[in-house]
Design a protein around this ligand. Structure first.
Ligand code: KPL
Length: 299
């Protein structure tokens, strides 16, 4: 029997996930505040295009899902989980897919007994129209338990989730310690997103000499915080990781750059803001991150 999936949020990533679920024949429902937008048109990086009408639910209902993929903006995760709490039973696995780290802390208080997975993905997508999603680049994805289910369920839950992730966000890697990739992703987003948004450049431009000294400072500060939080990593490893994402997503307009272009709220509070909070907790001054935080807030 098919797992019943809920996809919460129909932004770029939510719409792309829906398209991949549709193509893979999975049983899914879109939980959206815009159920009147019936169709999703998609264009994948492979060139494949199509459209479909997903099942939709309005917020008042009592269907419980086996797996809830939370694909909202980071600052909406907490409110969205409250709004759709009827979709969540004790056995629902909640999958957080947002950038940033704030919700990964707060969910442990809200749903301490549900299995919770953190997923990171480097897929690029945007929505040129409300009903259309374009995949700009394929990436890879990783995830692991933030809250694992009981021992007897752990293996079967992980295998079922693995099959879903393999079909909608392959290649997918399961991590025993998800905090390592989570911190790496936070580091990627804390460097690429604000810089591309401030200087109004596609990701690839960050490889040019103009940005190297600032990036070095940001990376050194990140390394100090990560080490203080128990994540063992060197500045040069971090630099290699970030530069390979810059190269791999060179044409991409980062999500924060897109937010700024469209005059939307940015995720700076859950990316750089989270980092500054953890820096403070560890008595580590982060002057370069503080400066770009202030500049983004002033936009
Ligand atoms: O995740 C991203 C984002 O734009 O939010 C990166 C990896 C920087 C790709 O653009």
């Amino acid at each position: 029997d098919l797992m019943h999936l809920g996809i919460l949020g129909r932004g770029a990533i939510g719409s792309l996930l829906a398209a991949k679920c549709e193509i893979s024949g999975l049983d899914f429902t879109l939980l959206s505040r815009q159920p009147h937008i019936k169709t999703i048109n998609y264009e994948l990086a492979s060139g494949e295009t199509g459209y479909f009408e997903p099942k939709h639910l309005a917020p008042v209902f009592d269907t419980k899902f086996d797996v809830l993929l939370v694909a909202t903006k980071a600052y909406d995760v907490d409110d969205a989980l409250d709004e759709w709490k009827n979709a969540i039973s004790e056995d629902t696995t909640i999958v957080l897919m947002n950038n940033g780290m704030g919700p990964h802390e707060s969910i442990q208080n809200k749903y301490p007994n549900n299995p919770v997975v953190a997923v990171l993905t480097s897929y690029g997508a945007y929505r040129p129209e409300l009903d259309t999603v374009v995949e700009t680049g394929t990436g890879n994805s990783a995830g692991g338990w933030l809250i694992a289910p009981s021992n007897e369920k752990e293996k079967s839950f992980r295998e079922q989730l693995g099959r879903i992730f393999d079909s909608v966000m392959s290649p997918f890697t399961w991590h025993e310690d998800v905090y390592l990739p989570l911190w790496q992703k936070l580091a990627i987003n804390a460097v690429i997103n604000p810089l591309t948004a401030l200087y109004k450049v596609p990701n690839g431009k960050l490889a040019t000499p103009r940005y190297q000294s600032l990036m070095t400072h940001l990376i050194d500060e990140l390394r100090l915080v990560m080490n203080a939080e128990g994540v063992r990593i060197t500045s040069s490893t971090l630099s290699n990781i970030i530069n390979s994402v810059v190269a791999g997503t060179a044409e991409n307009i980062s999500s924060m750059h897109q937010d700024v272009i469209k005059g939307r709220k940015t995720e700076i509070d859950l990316i750089t803001g989270y980092l500054l909070k953890v820096g403070q907790r560890n008595n580590i001054p982060l002057p370069h991150h503080q400066r770009i935080y202030d500049k983004i807030k002033a936009l």
